[in-house]
Design a protein around this ligand. Structure first.
Ligand code: THU
Length: 127
């Protein structure tokens, strides 16, 4: 299953809309039921409106009715790891999951989401 998730993230790089940075990012999330849903980065000419691949994958999964996730993979040319904003959204929507980080050749390393965002702020602070 991990290999399928990694491959899906790598394949999603082909859908990246990255005319400004030319940095193509693919992501894929595995739902509780084992479904794999992909996303890619989508850039805007107003650069700050860009949405990262991880968030596109997660928002797409939510929009399709999924609310619980097992793992997420992100793939870039050179093994870049999720930005700070995505780390927060991954924690908010997935809590503790595995995050696989890949370069153009495949899986490089795996972290837990709490390793990526230690001592996170979340909904528990709002109750
Ligand atoms: N990017 C992602 O898609 N995910 C990340 O976690 C880091 C950055 C995208 C945003 C932008 O389109 C490009 O990579 C360069 O920053």
């Amino acid at each position: 299953m991990k290999q399928k998730l990694v491959q899906a993230a790598m394949d999603m790089r082909n859908h990246a809309h990255a005319p400004y940075s030319n940095y193509r990012v693919g992501a894929a999330v595995e739902t509780e039921s084992g479904e794999i849903i992909g996303g890619c980065n989508v850039e805007s000419s107003s650069y700050g409106l860009t949405c990262c691949a991880e968030r596109v994958a997660l928002f797409r999964a939510l929009a399709e009715g999924h609310t619980s996730f097992n793992a997420l993979a992100v793939a870039t040319e050179n093994g870049g790891s999720p930005c700070g904003a995505c780390r927060q959204v991954i924690w908010d929507l997935c809590k503790e999951i595995l995050v696989h980080i890949c370069d153009k050749n495949g899986l490089l390393k795996t972290f837990s989401s709490s390793e990526l965002l230690p001592d996170a702020f979340d909904d528990s602070h709002l109750k």
